[in-house]
Design a protein around this ligand. Structure first.
Ligand SMILES: NC(=O)c1ccc[n+]([C@@H]2O[C@H](COP(=O)([O-])OP(=O)(O)OC[C@H]3O[C@@H](n4cnc5c(N)ncnc54)[C@H](O)[C@@H]3O)[C@@H](O)[C@H]2O)c1
Length: 453
């Protein structure tokens, strides 16, 4: 099928490259010329495992452009996957979506196009996008649209760091549509994923347990709400374990064992029950805020979601409190942070706990050093005020440090030769912000081992 993807960020690029890999003819449109140039050269502008391998495998069926005219006319499916960042009041900023929809509407041509909202958008946005498309179509074509397109909602659930895996082997595909033909087009588009009939890439073999993928077809509003509700639930699960974790610390219980003990209950499940500095990234904060503001429009309160956000906010402060309790004085202390990306296997720094923690330490007069195995370059570009504190090596983080905080659970940190570094520190305080190191081993090595619990 001829497919166009508007926006080649974490979601759009993964969608475009995966669909091309599955055999569709895909044109990716992005306004960012530098990004398009990088992609044309076969390189990925984001750090995402397997992205460049899949790009290479799918290159014959992939085109990157800044011009909508190259991709939209004649496409059976046009995805809109532009960013929808939070505004200060919690509502998502829909400028990018509105501008993308306007450009798509102007360029629509051909028999029938399904315009798919893949961006996470507030409930009701599909109707709004439909009206933008209609107006743009009318302006450019000089007549009213008459069945040339329909709008569908196909929320994305990929996790950065395993985005390609999630796109080829998803738990489910959700499609909201009020149009039988639209639904049929989406079914055809995803058939190879739904039935798992494609030949798996050598670098990402199909896991044994993956069978047919369920397609959840809904009305538009339900699809939009599914996305927000899924993220709010996952965020709540993390905040729940962190709330219990703080109590565990007070009563002398081990939150890691508690999490295992409750997670083995199939009704609860062990995933997203990892205690630590809490969630970050571009989605949970933004989507929980948007859910609350949407609910407010309907005079509906969402106290559980509000509490999940508040616990997460406090969790970043807990890190600083732990250090204060331990070191008494933070002024002049040297504190090293391991990890800047909001989670491992990505270079995404949006709403990263590290940045908040670093700023709070600086505000209390601490001297900080920062390290990340992958996100350093992006950090230099996006946070010029903190960039001078970037260290070139892990050694620098430990060298003369009064404390080191493990913020991002990169494998390379977990597998560090911890015994080698303890002697470099002035005081060997190690705060494991992800509860991922073995306490007894760290203590044996000479660390004063702390966690967020
Ligand atoms: N990142 C994730 O893990 C994730 C997961 C699920 C859903 N989402 C949702 O997907 C959407 C996209 O997120 P992302 O992380 O990929 O964003 P991103 O910022 O990485 O990418 C957005 C891209 O869209 C481009 N763009 C902006 N306006 C454009 C326009 N008018 N025409 C063409 N290109 C344009 C930008 O240049 C950028 O490359 C958001 O709504 C987000 O909430 C993200």
């Amino acid at each position: 099928m001829k497919v166009c993807v508007v926006g080649t960020g974490y979601v759009g690029l993964t969608t475009g490259v995966s669909l091309a890999f599955l055999g569709h003819d895909v044109t990716c449109v992005d306004l960012d010329e530098a990004k398009v140039e990088t992609l044309r050269a076969g390189r990925s502008p984001i750090y995402e495992p397997h992205m460049e391998s899949l790009l290479a495998e799918a290159s014959e069926r992939l085109t990157f452009t800044t011009d909508y005219a190259d991709g939209v006319p004649g496409a059976e499916v046009v995805f809109i996957a532009v960013q929808t960042p939070s505004l200060p009041d919690g509502n998502p900023d829909l400028r990018y979506l509105s501008s993308a929809a306007d450009s798509v509407g102007r360029h629509i041509g051909g028999d029938f196009t399904v315009v798919v909202n893949k961006s996470t958008v507030p409930i009701g946005s599909s109707n709004w996008v439909d009206s933008i498309l209609r107006e743009a179509f009318e302006r450019s074509h000089g007549r009213k649209a008459d069945g040339e397109f329909t709008v569908a909602s196909n929320p994305e659930f990929l996790r950065e760091g395993v985005a390609i895996f999630d796109s080829l082997y998803p738990d489910r595909i959700v499609v909201g549509s009020d149009h039988p033909r639209g639904l049929d087009v989406m079914n055809r588009l995803y058939r190879a994923v739904l039935n798992q009939t494609f030949t798996a890439p050598t670098f990402l073999p199909r896991p044994g347990e993956v069978g047919a993928v369920p397609m959840v077809s809904t009305d538009l509003a339900s699809a939009e709400l599914i996305k927000y509700a899924a993220n709010a639930f996952l965020a709540t699960k993390i905040s729940f374990i962190n709330e219990v974790g703080r109590l565990a610390g007070k009563v002398g219980a081990d939150i890691t064992q508690v999490a295992r003990g409750i997670g083995l209950d199939a009704r609860i499940g062990s995933r997203f029950l990892e205690p630590g500095v809490g969630w970050g990234g571009s989605c949970f904060g933004k989507d929980t805020a948007a859910l609350i503001t949407t609910a407010e429009e309907y005079h509906h309160d969402m106290p559980i979601v509000r509490a999940a956000r508040e616990v997460n906010r406090q969790q970043r402060l807990v890190v600083v409190d732990r250090l204060l309790e331990e070191l008494r004085i933070l002024k002049g202390r040297k504190v090293g942070l391991l990890g800047l990306a909001f989670k491992p296997d990505t270079d995404d720094l949006r709403d990263s706990p590290s940045v908040d923690i670093a700023r709070q330490l600086v505000a209390r007069g601490a001297r900080i050093t920062l390290h990340d195995p992958v996100a350093g370059e992006r950090f230099r570009r996006e946070y010029d005020d903190l960039a001078p504190q970037l260290a070139d090596s892990v050694e620098e983080i430990f060298d003369d440090a009064d404390a080191v905080i493990l913020v991002t659970k990169w494998d390379s940190y977990v597998d560090l030769d911890w015994g080698k570094f303890v002697g470099l520190m002035r005081t060997p305080v190690l705060l494991d912000g992800r509860h991922c190191l073995e306490a007894s081993r760290m203590e044996r090595l000479g660390y004063r081992y702390l966690t967020t619990a």
